[in-house]
Structures are given as structure tokens and as C-alpha cells.
Design a binder for this molecule. Structure first.
Ligand code: ATP
Ligand code: MG
Length: 434
């Protein structure tokens, strides 16, 4: 069939074309597959290193054709070819052996059949292959039509496909979130039956999909899909167990936050009781950085659904709050407070004003360079030890915390002489005990 316009007019990165040409000249007609073809059809830009090549050549045959090849996942048939510093992934046509545990195929078989390689892919929109040199598109499962219908549909029988790999239901909602598509009804229905298989997937792989899902433009709808299909109860049981109204609220806050992973996860997880947040994050196995950041944001997020905690208002309270949260988090915390106010809507119109006042207060604190952390103090740990005539120990940290509390209450106290006086006072009151 003639190439769709988007593909006929597409330009391809030179390193990608070089790889396809060299393989083709050696007698291995090779194809662009997966996300790259999908994104080209959607007129979405993609980096050169994000084009996946599928080939009938075996990994060692690929390796023999290029000077620089990294055996990335050679047992799965994937090697990375470096062309002018650009890494291009080349994978031998595969047909998957039997999946026994719902996690990974038992064995991988290589073959020369493009259509069989496409048949093992997850969704029709990901099962497209393009030969840009010959100008030919292979679309045996109607992926292009599904792109037009904005539909995520499993290749083949969704029940069987989800039974093979429990990550696929998560991928289905992730792609729905990224593209703003619906799930084909049979595909959606199959998720419910596949939940026991989803539970077997490594939490790291689930976490990776969840992280991509929450930052996607249509994340709120995908979370709703997770709720209705039971994926949420499988992946985030503590959250799924919250009352409906609180979950609705969490999704509304999520919808009002910019697409930053920790911020979006904090929006979701702030529906949990504080004591459940840490355990839930541990169970999720997100990257350390995202996990820590999310925990800090939830901890510092002060608007509660039940109104039990209010935004800090007095300058001293704002400084204490910033200091506890980590001053660098101020922009994200403000976003979260803003989203919270937006999600609460008109019922608490005052909140918008409170957020505005908070943002002004933070700006003022920054302008005045008010001390917020122990590092900002006019005395450091060494000075404390010298003044007290005492060696290192826990008292040094305690002293610095005491001094910090003073300057958070009153920034003008942050002066060497005054802090020295306050320190000696504190030490005396403490009985000069180490
Ligand atoms: P992205 O733009 O997010 O990278 P992608 O389509 O490239 O999207 P990848 O996860 O990089 O997604 O996978 C590349 C391709 O490999 C997919 O398009 C799909 O054809 C296939 N694939 C990936 N994971 C699976 C899976 N679990 N089951 C079946 N096919 C899969
Ligand atoms: Mg990809």
C-alpha cells in the first residue's frame, strides 16, 4: 500500500539510515519498528537514538557489519550499534518462547519472519514496521487505523497477551495516558483477569511504567482507568483503599500539577495517612531520587483534605516550614499548594489567596536572604566546639539546631556575637553536659 503522508514526508536521522542500508546491502532487509514508527505517524519528534531497528540478521552477524557494537542485550537479540557516536538499537526478529511465569519469556527464538516479530509486540500501534529505504509500511494488525481511532488495542487475544506478560496492562494505561487514547473494550476488560499476573511482575518494572504514566498529559484519566480496572488496587493497594472522595481529590490535585514525577506522585500519595506514605514508597521501588523527593513533598505539603493543617502564614512559620522541607523544594511545594487550592475549587476561595500570600512570603525570604539551614548560620560546628571548649559529639548538632530555631524565629539574631551569647546561655541551661 502507498505510504501514509506522514511517513512519505518524514526525514530520518542519518545514522539510522546508515544502519538500515548497511544491513540491507549485506542481504538482511531491516525495518524500523515500534515507538519510532508510531511517533512518525503522529508527527511526533523523536531522537535518533530512540529509533529501534528490527532485522533478520543474528546479533553476531550485525556485530560483524559495524566497527562499534555494544552487546546490550545479546541473549534477547539486541545489540547497540554506534554510528558517529549515536547509539542505535538493533534487535533480531524474535518469536517469543513460552511465558511460564508471566514475567519473562522462557526462551527467545530468532527467525527471519517480520510478521512473527510484529505479532509478539504488545499493542497494534506498536506493531508497525517501516522500511524507509523501500518506502514500505507493514501493518498486519491495523495499528494505523487504531492510531486514527485513538485506541490502545492488544495484538491478538488480549487475555492471552496479558497472561504472557503482566507488565502489558500497565503499559496499556501508560500509553493511554501519554497519547490521550482510550482502551479498546476487550483490552480493558482483559486487565481485570490479568491482575494476578501483574502481581508477579518485578516492582521495578511496574515503577518504571508508573513513573512514565504519572507525568503523561492524560495521567488523571489513566489513574481513573487504574481504579476501574483494579490495577490501582494491585499496584498501590494502600491508595486504592482510601475512600472514593479522597481518591477523587488526589486525582484532581494530580490534574492540576505540572508533569514532574515527584510532584505528581506526591499529589497522588497525599491522599494517604502520613504513616502509610513511607511504606507505600518503599513498596513501589521507585528510583531513590524520586522516592525521597516524593516523601519530602508529601511530608511538607500542608493542605489537607480535612483542613487539619493550614498553610504557614507568619514569616517565622514560613521560614520554619521552608527549613524543614528543604528550601530548594519551595517551587514544587508552591505548585502543590496551588494545585490543592485549584482542586478544592470555590468552596475554599480563600486558599488561592493564602497560596499567593505564601509565594510572596517566600519571595521576601529569598530577597532578604534569611538564614534557613544550619549552613546559613553565622557560627559553624567548629566555632561551636571552640566556644564551648568541648570536642565533637551530638551536642554540636543539638547546639546548631537550637541556634537555627532562634534565627528562624528572628533572622537578625544571625550574628556571630549574638549567636555566641545564645550558645553560652543554652550550654549553661543544659548544665554544660556533653
Ligand atoms: P516509548 O516511546 O515509550 O519508548 P516504545 O513503543 O518505544 O515507546 P518501548 O518500551 O521502548 O516502547 O518498547 C519498544 C517496542 O517493543 C514497543 O513499541 C513494542 O513493540 C515492544 N515492546 C516493548 N515492551 C513490550 C512488552 N512488554 N510486550 C510486548 N512488546 C513489547
Ligand atoms: Mg522506546
Amino acid at each position: 500500500m502507498p505510504l501514509p503522508d506522514a511517513l512519505a514526508r518524514a526525514t530520518f536521522p542519518a545514522p539510522v539510515l546508515h544502519v538500515l542500508r548497511r544491513l540491507g546491502d549485506a542481504g538482511y532487509r531491516s525495518w524500523l519498528v515500534g515507538g519510532a514508527v508510531r511517533d512518525l505517524l503522529l508527527h511526533r519528534a523523536r531522537d535518533a537514538n530512540d529509533f529501534d531497528v528490527a532485522t533478520p540478521a543474528l546479533p553476531e552477524q550485525v556485530a560483524a557489519l559495524f566497527p562499534k557494537v555494544i552487546p546490550t542485550g545479546i541473549e534477547h537479540g539486541t545489540v547497540t550499534v554506534l554510528v558517529g557516536g549515536e547509539p542505535i538499537e538493533v534487535t533480531t526478529f524474535r518469536g517469543e518462547g513460552e511465558y511460564k511465569d508471566g514475567r519473562r519469556p522462557e526462551s527467545v527464538t530468532f527467525h527471519e519472519d517480520l510478521e512473527a516479530d510484529l505479532a509478539r509486540r504488545d499493542f497494534t500501534i506498536n506493531a508497525l514496521a517501516l522500511d524507509p529505504l523501500a518506502g514500505e509500511l507493514r501493518d498486519p494488525f491495523g495499528g494505523e487505523a487504531d492510531l486514527r481511532r485513538r485506541l490502545i488495542r492488544a495484538v491478538g487475544d488480549p487475555v492471552a497477551r496479558f497472561g504472557e506478560d503482566g507488565l502489558r496492562p500497565m503499559r496499556a494505561v501508560r500509553f493511554a495516558a501519554q497519547l490521550g487514547y482510550s482502551l479498546d473494550p476487550a483490552t480493558e476488560e482483559a486487565i481485570r483477569g490479568a491482575l494476578p499476573i501483574v502481581r508477579k511482575v518485578s516492582r521495578e518494572r511496574i515503577a518504571d511504567e508508573l513513573t512514565r504514566l504519572v507525568v503523561a498529559p492524560d495521567a488523571p484519566r489513566a489513574v481513573d482507568l487504574m481504579r476501574t480496572t483494579g490495577l490501582l488496587a494491585t499496584v498501590l493497594p494502600a491508595l486504592a483503599g482510601r475512600p472514593e472522595r479522597e481518591l477523587d481529590h488526589a486525582v484532581a490535585v494530580l490534574a492540576a500539577t505540572p508533569g514532574e514525577p515527584a510532584l505528581r506522585l506526591a499529589a497522588l500519595l497525599h491522599a494517604l495517612p502520613a504513616e502509610d506514605v513511607g511504606r507505600t514508597l518503599l513498596d513501589l521501588r521507585l528510583s531513590r531520587r524520586i522516592s525521597d523527593e516524593t516523601a519530602a513533598l508529601v511530608r511538607a505539603h500542608v493542605c489537607r483534605l480535612d483542613g487539619s493543617r493550614a498553610l504557614p502564614a507568619s514569616p517565622a512559620d514560613v521560614r520554619r516550614w521552608l527549613s524543614a522541607a528543604g528550601p530548594a523544594r519551595a517551587p514544587l511545594l508552591l505548585e502543590l499548594a496551588r494545585a490543592e487550592a485549584a482542586a478544592m475549587g470555590a468552596q475554599v476561595g480563600g486558599d488561592q489567596r493564602a497560596v499567593h500570600a505564601l509565594s510572596e512570603a517566600i519571595a521576601r525570604i529569598r530577597r532578604e536572604r534569611d538564614p534557613l539551614t544550619p549552613q546559613d548560620l553565622a557560627l559553624d560546628g567548629r566555632a561551636v566546639m571552640r566556644i564551648l571548649g568541648a570536642g565533637p559529639g551530638p551536642h554540636v548538632g543539638e547546639a546548631l539546631r537550637h541556634l537555627l530555631e532562634r534565627v528562624l524565629a528572628e533572622p537578625r539574631e544571625n550574628d556571630e556575637a549574638r549567636l555566641t551569647e545564645a550558645l553560652v546561655h543554652w550550654w549553661d541551661a543544659r548544665g554544660r553536659r556533653l
